[in-house]
Write a protein that binds this ligand. Structure first.
Ligand SMILES: NC(=O)c1ccc[n+]([C@@H]2O[C@H](COP(=O)([O-])OP(=O)(O)OC[C@H]3O[C@@H](n4cnc5c(N)ncnc54)[C@H](OP(=O)(O)O)[C@@H]3O)[C@@H](O)[C@H]2O)c1
Length: 250
């Protein structure tokens, strides 16, 4: 959709690599100027490459490093986008942390980290996006298809992503008078380095067997959906959209 976002500015949280990286470059190719957020020092090279790819697509791009579990950092991120570009129209949050562990073995620190990253950061991302986005803005958060699963092991991961659905619904109502849409996108088990450390090879095969074509979700199954929601998909708001080849449904 070349040019459909020309003149827009997008903030992509965790926008340096994997799904977030592809979303950043896709929106850049559509003409949006981009703030590429990353968290750890290990992601700095990916952020540089994504910024370079965005610039090669003909837009302006900046990188921004922060731990987004601190709401002050979320506010700084939007300030940085404003300072760089003078406006923000699109906010996409792909921040996440996964853990597959029985409840009986889960520590308090693990619980806190899961909820800080998957819930708290998502809530304050929505708040700051709601404060800063222009009229007609677009907000998307990445959740998980496990929200529609009945399974063991992912209590803190699916549990910590699930509040985002309700944050999304409330934000969609509260920001509606400014024409801002708010949605969540729920990928199936996705072929990125995020997924494999939690799973055995046998379970990976099982996950594949549950979707169309006997395969995992790919980042390029998801980026076009986000692209649609932030461009032409303005009649969709308050929703969680499962994009998973039929892996789970409800
Ligand atoms: N892969 C899957 O199977 C799958 C399936 C469904 C949904 N998802 C969701 O899709 C999204 C993208 O996942 P992905 O597969 O593309 O893997 P990913 O690149 O590892 O995405 C997770 C991102 O969250 C960032 N992050 C972690 N802690 C953070 C913090 N405290 N503050 C700010 N950012 C932080 C990571 O940055 P650093 O690495 O720099 O710390 C990383 O960029 C996640 O929300 C994930 O939950 C993934």
């Amino acid at each position: 959709m070349t040019g459909v976002l020309t003149g827009n500015v997008a903030v992509v949280a965790a926008g340096a690599k994997n799904l977030g990286g592809l979303i950043s470059t896709t929106l850049a190719e559509d003409g949006a100027n981009i703030l590429v957020h990353y968290n750890s020092d290990a992601s700095a090279d990916d952020a540089d490459k994504t910024v370079a790819a965005a610039r090669a697509a003909g837009v302006e791009a900046v990188k921004f490093q922060a731990d987004l579990t601190d709401p002050a950092n979320v506010a700084r991120m939007f300030d940085t986008a404003y300072d760089a570009f003078g406006r923000v129209d699109i906010a996409v949050n792909t921040v996440g942390k996964v853990l597959r562990k029985p409840i009986l073995d889960t520590t308090e620190d693990e619980y806190d980290a899961m909820f800080d990253i998957n819930s708290k950061a998502a809530f304050f991302f929505l708040r700051e996006a709601g404060r800063r986005l222009n009229e007609g803005g677009r907000i998307v958060t990445i959740v998980t298809s496990l929200l529609a699963a009945f399974t063991d092991g992912y209590a803190t991961y699916a549990g910590a992503k699930s509040p985002v659905e309700h944050f999304t619904r409330a934000a969609a109502k509260e920001f509606a008078d400014r024409g801002i849409t708010v949605n969540s996108v729920a990928p199936g088990p996705m072929d990125t380095p995020f997924f494999y450390p939690q799973e055995t090879p046998e379970r990976v095969e099982f996950h594949k067997s549950q979707a169309l074509g006997g395969r995992l979700t790919r980042i390029d199954d998801i980026a076009p959906l986000v692209e649609f929601l932030v461009s032409e998909g303005g009649w969709i708001t308050g929703q969680t959209i499962f994009a998973n080849g039929g892996y789970t449904t409800r």
